[in-house]
Design a protein around this ligand. Structure first.
Ligand SMILES: [Zn+2]
Length: 259
């Protein structure tokens, strides 16, 4: 069931029925915003992002790997697990990584009301800041499913919503390190944002080990290239400032790009 939901979300079908009327009337706006939602930034930079942590079993391996290559990344965290593993979150921040909001639990935003969405995002952002001293700037909803209440809640929390433009499909049971690497290379374009997972919390059991191996290969490939690799905060994207919720107008539909 979980896999089916994710598969639907990835194709935009899960939200199409909800947002289609709004998006149909806002095509130009959607086209203008889609690259921003996909995290398209500076052409000379790749944003490396990991979702669903922190996880004490797997995340430290990613921190060590990134340190080996002198790289930092953006980690989209779940508030409930930040609460359980604050020391790990402190370490992530101290090692130079950027902390972002993925929600309190890993729930599809379409199942949550506006009040719950707002409290989830605020609680997660506040907890991350209280624990690490780092105020999150980015929000990525679970499964990449967007809704107007979720976008508004993010904006009201001072977070900019960013999905991804490239992925490794590393959550799949059939994902092997070479397959993940090939999928990232096939989907990655200039200024892309790469989605991977530093835990198998919502993925196939043990998949993080494949992602770790794939990450090493990718970092080796990128090590001598002309393109820099790092955090979303260094990707040339503009974050929201707090208190800009009054600037939100209209409705925004699901992202429309080919992964
Ligand atoms: Zn996720």
């Amino acid at each position: 069931m979980r896999g089916a939901t994710r598969a639907l979300a990835m194709t935009g079908l899960a939200v199409a029925g909800v947002a289609a009327p709004a998006t149909a009337s806002l095509g130009p706006l959607r086209r203008r915003l889609a690259p921003r939602l996909a995290g398209i930034g500076d052409a000379g930079h790749i944003a490396l992002t990991y979702d669903d942590g922190p996880d004490p079993l797997s995340t430290p391996h990613f921190l060590d790997l990134l340190e080996d290559f002198g790289r930092t990344a953006t980690f989209f965290l779940l508030g409930a697990h930040v609460a359980r593993h604050p020391d790990l979150v402190i370490e992530m921040a101290q090692r130079g990584h950027e902390l972002a909001v993925h929600g309190w639990e890993h729930e599809c935003v379409l199942t949550l009301g506006p009040g719950r969405l707002l409290s989830d995002l605020r609680d997660t952002a506040t907890l991350i800041e209280d624990v690490s001293g780092q105020r999150p700037r980015w929000y990525r909803p679970p499964y990449g499913v967007l809704s107007t209440p979720a976008l508004l809640a993010a904006r009201a929390t001072g977070l900019r919503t960013v999905l991804w433009s490239a992925w490794g499909r590393d959550w799949e049971a059939r994902a092997t390190p070479p397959r993940i690497v090939r999928t990232v290379e096939r989907t990655l374009g200039p200024g892309g944002t790469v989605l991977l997972h530093d835990t198998d919390r919502t993925s196939a059991t043990g998949s993080w080990q494949h992602t770790l191996q794939a990450s090493r290969v990718l970092l080796e490939c990128w090590a001598d290239g002309p393109v820099a690799v790092g955090r979303l905060g260094d990707h040339g994207l503009r974050a929201h400032r707090s208190g800009t919720s009054s600037q939100v107008r209209g409705r925004i539909g699901p992202p429309q790009w080919s992964p």
